[in-house]
Design a protein around this ligand. Structure first.
Ligand SMILES: [Zn+2]
Ligand SMILES: [Zn+2]
Length: 341
């Protein structure tokens, strides 16, 4: 079978990989039907930062069909449509034992500490997969993982019903969070400097473009400022601005990953009693994300790319790193697009 192999910073190739006919007990073999490229895949490609097994097959957002099972795999069966749970916890710490593995201190991800979904097939422990309805095309299964992150971000922000929300960053997580907030009836103001993406989201889900200009904020939210802001940029400059402009007692959820330790005026938080909440991957949102997926498909189908082939992956990395892609998710179909795609 063919798989993408990352073997060092800047080095990803599509190679034939030998697979064993035997599986470890309690594992399943999955024919990967759809996989999405994540910002963290690009970050790993550029830095290797979160890679703990090398070489490794990246990819943690994917769906497919079980083709083989071994030993006790619970209720999972051959032919079942499934998606991967990207989170790999240590399994022994307090967070993991209490079902909050997104808070595990040693949290890693499929595609970083074990082989992931940028391949024609993948082997995973049965505990690492969820059943996916046969009634939904499998390409949307690849969106469940980022949708779960966005759902967790919205749950953490927990805005009052009907309150306007500012979303900073209209990439996958910010864009999907904006979609979820719009579905719940919030007016969403989007700060996004890629004008093509800003326009796509305005036209598709009805967000209102917002710039960093202070007067624009005053005109929208009055002198107090907005009460709820979701950051999906991981930019210290944006977060500092958000803290500056939140209403006193307002809430900020941080879903972006920071690549530097920022200089920050913490008195902005202290003196106005801002409520700052972190967002780490997702908690128990995957089943809920699957449940709401059918209602979101009319929007999602306009926000994802058509299927690319696995051999296109290195070129897609280059394209995405250039910042030229407006759509929220680039999808690949490692086994083609007939049937279940
Ligand atoms: Zn991801
Ligand atoms: Zn743990």
């Amino acid at each position: 079978m063919l798989a993408a192999r990352f073997s060092g910073v800047g080095d990803i190739r599509i190679l034939p990989v030998q697979t064993s006919p035997d599986l470890p007990d309690g594992s399943v073999r999955i024919r990967v039907e759809a996989a999405g490229i994540c910002g963290s895949d690009l970050h790993n490609f550029q830095t290797g930062q979160w890679i703990s097994q090398c070489p490794v097959t990246p990819g943690h957002e994917f769906s497919g069909v079980i083709t083989q099972i071994s030993g006790d795999c619970g209720s999972h069966t051959v032919g079942e449509h499934v998606i991967a749970d990207s989170r790999v916890g240590c399994g022994t710490c307090q967070a993991c034992r209490s079902g909050r593995k997104n808070l595990c201190r040693n949290l890693s991800f499929v595609g970083e500490s074990c082989d992931g979904g940028f391949a024609q097939e993948v082997i995973l422990p049965a505990s690492q997969i969820l059943s996916f309805p046969r009634t939904i095309p499998l390409r949307y299964g690849a969106l469940v993982e980022p949708l779960s992150v966005s759902l967790h971000a919205v749950n953490r922000l927990d805005p009052l019903p009907g309150a306007p929300v500012v979303v900073c960053g209209g990439g996958t997580i910010g864009g999907l969070a904006a979609l979820l907030l719009r579905q719940r009836g919030h007016d969403v103001y989007l700060l996004e400097r890629n004008t093509g993406r800003q326009t796509l989201l305005t036209e598709t889900i009805g967000t209102t473009p917002l710039s960093a200009d202070r007067q624009g904020w005053s005109a929208r939210f009055g002198p107090e400022g907005p009460r709820f802001i979701l950051d999906a940029t991981g930019s210290a400059t944006v977060v500092q601005m958000a803290c500056n402009r939140l209403a006193p007692g307002g809430r900020l959820a941080l879903a972006g990953i920071f690549h530097h330790a920022p200089q920050m005026d913490f008195n902005l938080i202290v003196e106005r009693e801002l409520d700052i909440r972190g967002v780490s991957a997702f908690a128990n949102e995957m089943p809920q994300a699957i449940a709401i997926l059918p209602d979101l498909i009319p929007f999602l189908e306009r926000l994802v790319t058509p299927a690319a082939s696995l051999t296109d992956l290195p070129d897609l990395y280059t394209h995405l790193l250039s910042g030229a892609e407006n759509r929220l998710k680039t999808l690949i179909a490692p086994n083609g697009t007939d049937g279940t795609w």
